[in-house]
Design a protein around this ligand. Structure first.
Ligand SMILES: Nc1ncnc2c1ncn2[C@@H]1O[C@H](COP(=O)(O)OP(=O)(O)OP(=O)(O)O)[C@@H](O)[C@H]1O
Length: 246
């Protein structure tokens, strides 16, 4: 079950990536449709972060095609992909520790966007973000450096949303985060999906991914080993044991 061709926002065809001479991704094909939440699953070192970085154009040595909004962006720099509406939240939180929550959000602000069919895309303002991240509002004047890891993770995502992305690449948001924040994160991602924003979520936590995502790609040693619905992945214990160790 892949998205209809007309609704595909992001597509990778034969994506390969290397770190120096070592190949980390092999001939990866994936699609994310409009309004879809898709999980990229796999154990440590499977290639999840590498896939997101390659999609964003952050790895110097890569091959294959990446299309965003039907346009080949394989040769574009990361900032050009971001400007086109591809959001990226890296695993390591990248907030400005000396700036307050409000200021961090302002740094990310971009003009509202439109979908390829001309309809307006969701518009994110700090006021709208407080309803998604009620935790952040009381901290508006607090410097980012004085927040917990989970709160910084939320702020990184909120700031990415201020860039008005049509699709967000989200790298392991649940890693090292308290269970209560993981629950809020799942709720927030469901709300994002309800707004029609697409998400490609790199994740090891199957429970979290299953709460949020409709489809999954399972990676092992840089190759896709399974592609299908989340329900199908949940129904394949042997596959999960072989490629995820759970
Ligand atoms: N900067 C780097 N230099 C060299 N090799 C790297 C680098 N980053 C990742 N790798 C290697 O590439 C492979 C894929 O790593 P990647 O970080 O994409 O995995 P991952 O699935 O995101 O794992 P994790 O959940 O641990 O972040 C691994 O073999 C890893 O050792």
């Amino acid at each position: 079950m892949t998205p209809q061709a007309s609704s595909v926002l992001l597509e990778a065809q034969g994506l390969c990536a290397w770190y120096g001479a070592a190949q980390a991704l092999f001939d990866l094909h994936l699609q994310v449709g409009r309004g879809e939440a898709v999980a990229l699953m796999g154990r440590n070192g499977a290639g999840k972060s590498t896939t997101l970085k390659a999609l964003m154009g952050l790895l110097p040595r890569r091959a294959g095609r990446v299309c965003f909004l039907g346009r080949d962006c394989s040769q574009e720099a990361p900032f050009q992909r971001a400007r086109a509406g591809l959001g990226y939240v890296p695993e390591e939180r990248r907030i400005f520790t000396d700036l307050t929550v409000d200021e961090n959000l302002e740094v990310g602000r971009q003009a509202p966007r439109h979908w390829p069919d001309g309809r307006p895309a969701p518009v994110w303002t700090p006021e709208r973000l407080w309803t998604l991240f009620p935790h952040l509002e009381p901290m508006r004047s607090r410097p980012g450096g004085r927040m917990s890891g989970g709160e910084q993770q939320m702020l990184t995502l909120a700031r990415t949303l201020m860039g008005q992305p049509l699709l967000v690449l989200l790298d392991e948001p649940s890693e090292g985060v308290a269970p209560v924040i993981v629950d809020q994160m799942a709720e927030m991602l469901r709300a994002l999906k309800a707004e029609g924003v697409s998400v490609l979520l790199s994740e090891q936590n199957l429970g979290f991914a299953a709460e949020v995502c409709d489809r999954a790609y399972l990676l092992d040693e840089g190759r896709v080993r399974f592609e299908g619905t989340m329900a199908a992945l949940l129904g394949e214990p042997a596959l999960r044991r072989a490629h995820m160790g759970i």
